[in-house]
Design a protein around this ligand. Structure first.
Ligand code: HXC
Length: 260
């Protein structure tokens, strides 16, 4: 997963929500390969345990914690378990997300609310629960956003609204918690290969169209998001606070793709 091993995160403790699959699994493994102890949280224990097994096989220390980011009591318990095992919490990666394609006119109120609850309220619930621990040693929060809401994206109104809220929360926490020693940033990934999201959301022709519209002419790779996460969580980004780093091959800037 990682092109290099380093100890830039040695001694740090990270908690990655959604770390059982996709981009967030890649981030968890890469944080671990850079020296962090990594806990992963999600609704299903089995994929989390698989991530931890990979961390441990590579010589790192990991922890799988089952919990739903929508349930504040499960969130509190998960954070407490991480601190109990590793003695601290330095990095919170908010990656748990729900997604499906649905035109707004057909989306039920509960369908809309469900994605807002997972993505946006989940990010708040986790950040709130982690706050005192992050403050104790000077930590950082990294939220996974998207580029959907930079324009309008059909069938993604629920996700776009949730991610726009995450961007707002990122800036707000950066301002409120920066003075307390907590940096808050976000990554906005473009289309990334090898994720459940992309295989379900952008099959066939849609994939080709996305690639055509991307200046770098390909999907991104999970490790390319993970390296951005290592940077933002590391001392190399010590003065970066409230930023959203777009990692999308320049796709969202491309108003009019060149022919060919
Ligand atoms: C319309 C749907 C739906 C669908 C669920 N709902 N799937 N509506 N189309 N395909 C509605 C349900 O009908 C219900 O509303 C409400 O949503 C809750 O559904 P449940 O299945 O009861 O909820 P839950 O079990 O909590 O599951 C929520 C879920 C989740 C969002 C569907 O299972 C999920 O997200 N799975 C995929 C996870 C995933 O792919 N994550 C990666 C995200 S990628 P009613 O009214 O019937 O009660 C990503 C990248 C963004 O975020 C950028 C992309 C470019």
């Amino acid at each position: 997963m990682s092109i290099f091993r380093d100890d830039v995160l040695r001694g740090k403790v990270a908690l990655v929500t959604g770390g059982g699959s996709g981009i967030c699994k890649g981030i968890a493994l890469t944080l671990a390969s850079h020296g962090a102890h990594v806990a992963v949280m999600g609704r299903k224990l089995e994929p989390l345990q698989a991530t931890v097994a990979e961390v441990e096989a590579a010589g790192g220390q990991g922890l799988a914690v089952a919990g739903d980011v929508r349930r504040p009591e499960e969130v509190e318990a998960a954070v407490a378990r991480v601190v109990e095992k590793f003695g601290a919490l330095d990095i919170l990666l908010n990656g748990a997300a729900g997604n499906f394609l649905c035109p707004a006119a057909q989306l039920s109120p509960n369908g809309f609310k469900t994605v807002i609850d997972i993505d946006l309220a989940g990010t708040f619930n986790m950040s709130r629960a982690a706050f005192s621990h992050l403050q104790a040693r000077g930590g950082s929060i990294l939220n996974i956003s998207a580029t959907l809401h930079y324009g309008g994206t059909p069938m993604q109104g629920h996700v776009a609204a949730a991610k726009a809220g995450i961007d707002a929360l990122t800036k707000n926490l950066a301002v409120e918690w920066g003075p307390l020693g907590i940096r808050t940033n976000a990554i906005a990934p473009g289309p990334i290969d090898g994720t459940e999201g992309m295989s379900r959301l952008a099959p066939g022709e849609m994939r080709d169209a996305l690639i055509a519209a991307t200046p770098l002419k390909r999907f991104g790779r999970i490790e390319e998001i993970a390296w951005a996460a290592v940077y933002l969580c590391s001392p190399a980004a010590a003065y970066v606070n409230g930023a959203t780093l777009v990692v999308d091959g320049g796709r969202w800037l491309n108003n009019m793709p060149l022919p060919g």
